[in-house]
Design a protein around this ligand. Structure first.
Ligand code: PMP
Length: 362
């Protein structure tokens, strides 16, 4: 075998949800926002001075960093921005998790965490979620190399109270606790309030979900200035110009229209609550979602069967063939019309399975 093969960094990559090429699909598989970005973003794109693209962007993404700091009422030295929260999280793993002790995150959570740990050779352990998928804070009150908790958790959609997060942060002053709040705007309780009080908590957020800007790739972290300085040092040792100019400018613009932001969130929450009721009527069991998706299991129809049959009708939801969750579907909340199409198909798929089963049983 040639030497270069022996020296490859051998990784099993994260598998993102499918991005189908056709427009003719109901896409409820990657937790995108079904509504367009704020009108100001379109205007901003139209008015962009193309000649500005000749120049490298500001490595500090100052316009965006300032806008985020102002929006969340924190100092700008408490804000770090990156190419989606995936970039911010990956950079945080690289920056903060350099201990021999294991980093802790739940057995069921965002499946990128173990990929980054493997990529950077970070030891990790995965405390098991309770049977009802809630997180037991006591599992994280122990010696470790760091902690990562998605809150609301994905794909379970469940939210952990901030008092439990505070207990974990306070009990682990020697390590960094990352709280991934990708979905918090949809009804979760934010840990941002803890960033003034503790120097070891980093709250990570994204523009991909609640701000309808997955395509621009904007994520950010808020934490103690020392944490942010460390993140910037690692980032500047890696790639100075991660944030492109259009993303910097349009991201800052998106923050200006709070009315639109709240309106679309309220709409998604209302659609989610009606979706939960409709799912229950069809025989699904659905944990209490605080996200822009639900995690549902049918009482008698296997999730893989539903997933395959919805896909045949060009309706994409997410299915994870993994221990403990292989009978669940993660369904992103779409527009009311998209949900109507989904429920029409779901009703048919569930009934056809039951009918077939009955004829086999006879
Ligand atoms: N955290 C969680 C829990 C997620 O589900 C996602 C979306 N895949 C991300 C972070 C990353 O989102 P983005 O990189 O688009 O900001």
């Amino acid at each position: 075998m040639p030497d270069w093969r022996k020296n490859l960094r051998d990784v099993v990559p994260y598998v993102p949800g499918e991005q189908p090429k056709s427009d003719n699909v109901i896409k409820l598989n990657t937790n995108e926002n079904p509504y367009p970005p704020a009108a100001g973003v379109r205007e901003c794109m139209r008015n962009m001075d193309i000649s500005a693209l000749r120049l490298y962007p500001d490595p500090e993404a100052g316009i965006l960093t300032d806008a985020i700091a102002q929006y969340y009422s924190v100092d700008k030295d408490m804000v770090f921005v990156g190419v989606g929260s995936d970039d911010v999280l990956a950079m945080s793993f690289l920056t903060f998790f350099n201990s021999e002790k294991p980093v802790l995150f739940p057995d069921i959570t965002y499946s990128f965490y173990d990929v980054w740990a493997e990529l950077y050779d970070i030891p990790y352990e995965r405390p098991v979620l309770r049977e009802d998928f809630t997180i037991d804070a006591d599992d994280y009150i122990r010696e470790c190399g760091g902690i990562v908790i998605a809150n609301p958790n994905a794909p379970t959609s469940l939210c952990m109270p901030v008092c439990d997060i505070e207990r974990i942060v306070a009990a682990n002053p020697g390590v960094v606790v990352i709280i991934d709040e990708a979905y918090v705007d949809f009804g979760g309780e934010s840990a941002l309030v803890l960033t003034d009080k503790y120097d070891n908590i980093l709250v990570v957020r994204t523009f991909s979900k609640s701000r309808s800007l997955a395509g621009l790739r904007i994520g950010f972290a808020i934490g103690n200035p020392e944490l942010i300085r460390a993140l910037n040092s690692v980032k500047l040792s890696y790639n100075s110009y991660t944030m492109n100019l259009p993303s910097i400018v349009m991201g800052a613009e998106a923050l200006k229209d709070d009315e639109y932001f709240r309106k679309t969130i309220d709409r998604i929450i209302a659609t989610r609550e009606s979706a939960v009721a409709r799912l229950c009527d069809l025989g699904f069991c659905v944990p209490d979602s605080k996200a822009n998706f639900v995690f549902a299991r049918h009482e008698s129809v296997p999730a893989a069967y539903i997933f395959d049959n919805l896909r045949k009708e060009n309706i994409y939801v997410r299915y994870f063939p993994k221990p403990r969750i292989d009978n669940y579907l993660r369904i992103t909340i779409g527009t009311d019309n998209e949900m109507d199409v989904l429920f029409e198909a779901l009703g048919r798929v569930v009934n056809s399975y039951k009918k077939n089963k009955k004829s086999v049983d006879i």
